[in-house]
Design a protein around this ligand. Structure first.
Ligand code: PLP
Length: 490
C-alpha cells in the first residue's frame, strides 16, 4: 500500500490563492496527522506562505516538483531573520542579493554592518548579565575593511585588537585612538619593537621572553601585558590547527614554567605587568565550553604570579555554526563560565572576538561559470576560488554554497562546487545538495564575513573582488556624537 499522501500542486497559483488552497485542504483533512505535501510555483516563497498560514504552517511540508526528493531549501539551517529568501531570492537584511550581484558584479564580499553590531551587543549583554566588568575589542584580523572599522568607530561599538604594526597603522588611519587599541603580536621584529616603543600608552601584550626583553630595553618602565599559554586549548571540531594552546607546543605565549623568568625580565626593565592575555583557540561552539573552562582553570595559576594585574584578556575564539549539526554557542553559559573564574577578583575582563562578530555577517557573492558532469561527479564551477576565502581549503572548515535565486520547482541535484584556481584543493563543497544550477546563476558562500577578504591572495592573479558594506537606514544605527563616545566598552 502506498502510504505517501497526495501532493497539493499549487504551481501556477499566485501566493494568495496558494494560501487559500492549502487552507481548504487543511480543513478537508482535519483530524489526520498526515502532513500536507505542497508544491509551490514561481513567485511563491515558502517562508511567506508559511507566515500567511499561521498555525496551519506546521502541517505543511514543501516538496519540489517531482514530489519525492525531500523538503525544499527554505528550511535550511542557516536561515535567520536577516538572511533568508524573500520573493524567491536570498536577502541579507533588506538587500536583494540577486539584484546587488547584477549591479556590482561578482565575486563580491557582502557584509551587513548591523549584524556585526548585533553580534557585539549580544556578547556585551551576556557579560553584563553575568556581572563581568568587561572591555570589548574586535579582532581586526578577521576583517579589516576600512568601511567596517569606520562604522564600528563612529558608533562607538568596541575597541580593536591588532596583531601587527601594519594593523596598528591601519586602525589609527580608520580613526581609532590609541586608548581603544590592544596589540597582541607574535615573532616581533626589531622594527616592530621600534614602532611599539613610540606608543607608550598602547596596550601591548607580548607573547615571548625575547619580545619582553627587547621591548623593555627599548622602553623601560612601561605597563605591559603578558600573553600566557595555559597548555590547554580548544578549537572548532577539536582541529589542532585551530587550537592555539593545546597538547602540541606552540609559539604562542609564556608557558607556566617560564613565568619566573618573565618576572625577572620585567623587573630588570621596570616593566609593570598589568595584564595577562590568552587566546586558546578558534571556532569553539557550545559542546566545547567545558574544554574552554578547563583552559581558563589552567590559566588560574598565572593570576597570583603578578601583583599589579588589572586585566585579563581572554582573546577571541567564539565560533559560529558551519553546518546543520553545529550547535551555536550559548552565550549565557559562556559568560557564566567566565564570571565563575574571573569576576570579583578586582580584574577587568577583556575579550577580542573576530569570527563571532564578523563571520556570519558576511558572504561571498559569486556566479556559476560552468555546470558539467565528469564521470560520476557533477561539478558547478564558480568565478571565485579558494584564494578569496581560504578557511575551507586551509582549515577544512565546512563551506555552505547556497543558490541566490533557487529553482525550487525544478528539483535538486548533488554538486561538487569548485573555484577558478588551478589547484586541486580549490573545492568549496563536495557532494553538496542544491537546487538545480545553470551557468550565470548566482551562488552565495556563507560565513565569509571573517577571515575571507582579510586572508585573500592574488594567486593565479584571481584576487580581484568587490567589497560592499550594507548599512541599514535605521535611526538606531546612526553615528554617535563624539561627546557620547566612551571608548572600548564599559
Ligand atoms: C591574539 C588573538 N586574539 C583574537 C583572535 C581572534 O580570534 P577569533 O577570530 O577566533 O575570535 C586571534 C585569532 O587568531 C588571536 O590570535
Amino acid at each position: 500500500m502506498d502510504a505517501s499522501p497526495a501532493i497539493l500542486d499549487c504551481r501556477g497559483l499566485p501566493p494568495a490563492l496558494a494560501v487559500l488552497r492549502i487552507k481548504q485542504a487543511a480543513i478537508t483533512s482535519q483530524g489526520t496527522d498526515t502532513p500536507l505535501r505542497v508544491v509551490l510555483g514561481a513567485g511563491c516563497e515558502p517562508q511567506d506562505i508559511s507566515d500567511a498560514l499561521a498555525d496551519i504552517a506546521s502541517r505543511v511540508r514543501y516538496v519540489i516538483a517531482d514530489g519525492d526528493t525531500g523538503p525544499a531549501a527554505p528550511s535550511s539551517w542557516w536561515q535567520r531573520d536577516d538572511l533568508r529568501y524573500h520573493g524567491g531570492r536570498l536577502h541579507l537584511g533588506g538587500t536583494d542579493l540577486e539584484e546587488l550581484a547584477g549591479q556590482v558584479g561578482t565575486p563580491t564580499y557582502v557584509l551587513r554592518a548591523s549584524r556585526v553590531r548585533d553580534n557585539i551587543h549580544r556578547v556585551a549583554a551576556a557579560l553584563s548579565h553575568a556581572g563581568v566588568e568587561h572591555r570589548i575589542y574586535y579582532a581586526v584580523k578577521a576583517n579589516r575593511s576600512p568601511a567596517l572599522l569606520a562604522y564600528l568607530r563612529t558608533r562607538d561599538l568596541c575597541g580593536v585588537d591588532v596583531c601587527s604594526t601594519g594593523e596598528l597603522m591601519h586602525v589609527l588611519g580608520c580613526g581609532f585612538p590609541v586608548e581603544a587599541i590592544s596589540y597582541t603580536g607574535t615573532s616581533l621584529s626589531a622594527r616592530d619593537i621600534d614602532v611599539l616603543s613610540r606608543f607608550p600608552g598602547l596596550r601591548v601584550n607580548v607573547d615571548s621572553l625575547s619580545s619582553l626583553a627587547r621591548l623593555g630595553r627599548a622602553g623601560p618602565g612601561r605597563e605591559i601585558g603578558l600573553r600566557i599559554n595555559p597548555a590547554v586549548g580548544v578549537g572548532y571540531q577539536d582541529k589542532e590547527l585551530l587550537t592555539y594552546s593545546g597538547a602540541a607546543t606552540t609559539k604562542f605565549g609564556i608557558y607556566p614554567e617560564h613565568v619566573d623568568e618573565a618576572r625577572t625580565i620585567a623587573e630588570q626593565w621596570q616593566l609593570r605587568v598589568v595584564r595577562l592575555h590568552m587566546h586558546v583557540g578558534c571556532g569553539y561552539l557550545d559542546g566545547q565550553l567545558g574544554q574552554l573552562a578547563a583552559a581558563f582553570d589552567a590559566a588560574g595559576e598565572f593570576l597570583d604570579a603578578f601583583a599589579d594585574l588589572r586585566e585579563i584578556n581572554l582573546g577571541g575564539g567564539l565560533g559560529v555554526p558551519h553546518t546543520a549539526t553545529d550547535q551555536p554557542l550559548d552565550l549565557t553559559v559562556w559568560a557564566d563560565t567566565i564570571a565563575a573564574r574571573f569576576a570579583g577578583r578586582g580584574l577587568r575582563v577583556a575579550v577580542e572576538p573576530g569570527d563571532y562578530f564578523a563571520k556570519d555577517a558576511g558572504l561571498l557573492l559569486t556566479t556559476v561559470t560552468s555546470v558539467e558532469q565528469r564521470r560520476e561527479v557533477r561539478f558547478a564551477g564558480l568565478d571565485a576560488g579558494f584564494n578569496l576565502a581560504m578557511e575551507p581549503a586551509f582549515y577544512g572548515l565546512p563551506c555552505e554554497p547556497v543558490a541566490v535565486a533557487p529553482r525550487w520547482a525544478e528539483g535538486e541535484c548533488t554538486y561538487t562546487v569548485v573555484g577558478n584556481i588551478n589547484e586541486t584543493l580549490d573545492v568549496w563543497a563536495a557532494e553538496h545538495r542544491m537546487t538545480l544550477l545553470r551557468e550565470g546563476d548566482r551562488v552565495a558562500l556563507l560565513n565569509a564575513g571573517g577571515y575571507a577578504a582579510s586572508m585573500r591572495s592574488d594567486h593565479c592573479l584571481r584576487g580581484a573582488a568587490g567589497e560592499v558594506l550594507l548599512i541599514d537606514d535605521d535611526p538606531a544605527d546612526r553615528p554617535q556624537p563624539a561627546a557620547r563616545r566612551a571608548i572600548g566598552g564599559q
